[in-house]
Design a protein around this ligand. Structure first.
Ligand code: ASP
Length: 342
């Protein structure tokens, strides 16, 4: 007889568990137990479900690194006793949190699936039930008694994506996420269609490790025509800044103005790590393809290739927190650690 599959549901908050305050009309987080009452279907699933809720469920706009550490710690404490984890999270910052967790959890051999919804679970037209039920099924999915998914995924509207490849692309559609540079890992239709060739496999001999130090002395600078020298200088001269994601145009292009080159150069000289990512939702930085990225290549900016901004900023927090040496920082960043880049 095969052992029962144990799934841990971690409720952090988000629309999925919210209810409308009829006086003010705003959506607020509510009690997790009430949330579960709205899904009697859960009892029909062929697995045992335990639940842990944040003491105070939050809108994901209030997420910060201490919440990520809390999620990582809950998973660490239940890693042996449970076969898979489903994290219920608001969709607004889900790609950031899920990317962060993908770096914090090293050598995962069990699924960690983030999901949420665009409409509360109590709403008649809710997308929450399908998202939650299928996420649990995916977290419980096994082949020859091994977990099918052995990484951090994000499930929304019939697709499981590699979490650190996702971005929230729509504030209204049920299809709120996309992963433009990497195909879905699983597609849900009449059957769960598993795209085995895209799934990550970590070596079982390597021990599961949880990294809890995330350094927040980081920032994102998005370029735009008309960007102002005084403001950029003030930003780059901030002494606590340790690493920066610069969202460049197209395949990694930027204005060639000498003031910008000078500002980047002096930040680099101070030891600030600077990563170039494209502000396009899909595609990759190709440094040196155009004359307008030659200057960045010469400065030896870190090439973010096809990484998302969400994965880039959380990877910086993780690498800074892991005290990676300055000499190897660029090489390590440019290496795919959890399938986050090509
Ligand atoms: N504001 C909500 C949140 O991110 C939106 C959602 O859950 O979809 O917590």
């Amino acid at each position: 007889m095969s052992k029962q599959t144990n799934i841990l549901l971690i409720y952090t908050g988000g629309t999925i568990g919210m209810i409308k305050d009829y006086k003010s009309g705003v959506l607020k987080a509510f009690n997790f137990k009430k949330l579960l009452k709205n899904i009697p279907e859960l009892t029909q699933l062929d697995c045992h479900i335990d639940t842990i809720s944040f003491d105070k469920p939050i809108d994901s706009s209030n997420m910060n690194t201490s919440h990520w550490v809390l999620i990582a710690t809950i998973i660490e404490e239940h890693y042996e006793s449970h076969d898979g984890f489903v994290v219920l999270h608001g969709s607004d910052t889900m790609s950031y949190s899920a990317s962060a967790l993908s770096f914090m959890l090293e050598n995962l051999t069990k699924p960690v699936i983030f999901t949420g919804s665009q409409l509360p679970i109590g709403d008649l037209r809710t997308d929450a039930k399908e998202n939650l039920i299928t996420s649990i099924q995916i977290a419980a999915l096994k082949h020859k008694s091994k977990a099918v998914v052995q990484e951090v995924g994000l499930y929304f509207e019939y697709k499981l994506y590699r979490a650190n490849r996702t971005t929230k692309i729509n504030a209204e559609h049920f299809e709120a996420f996309d992963s433009l540079n990497f195909p879905p890992l699983i597609e849900s239709g009449v059957h769960l269609n598993v795209n085995n060739e895209y799934l990550m496999r970590s070596k079982r001999t390597k021990k599961f490790r949880v990294h809890k130090k995330m350094d927040t002395n980081v920032a994102i600078l998005k370029l735009f025509p008309g960007i102002n020298e005084t403001i950029v200088n003030a930003f780059l001269e901030e002494t606590s800044l340790k690493a920066l994601v610069i969202e460049t145009y197209g395949s990694g292009n930027a204005p060639t103005s000498s003031w910008l080159v000078k500002a980047l150069k002096s930040a680099l000289k101070r030891g600030v790590h600077i990563v170039s990512v494209t502000q396009c939702s899909g595609g990759s930085v190709i440094m040196g393809q155009y004359a307008t990225s030659q200057q960045l290549k010469k400065l030896k900016l870190i090439n973010g290739k096809d990484i998302t901004t969400e994965a880039a900023i959380t990877k910086l927090m993780y690498l800074l927190g892991s005290s990676v040496s300055s000499q190897s920082f660029k090489t390590i960043f440019e290496t795919s650690l959890r399938g986050e880049m090509q």
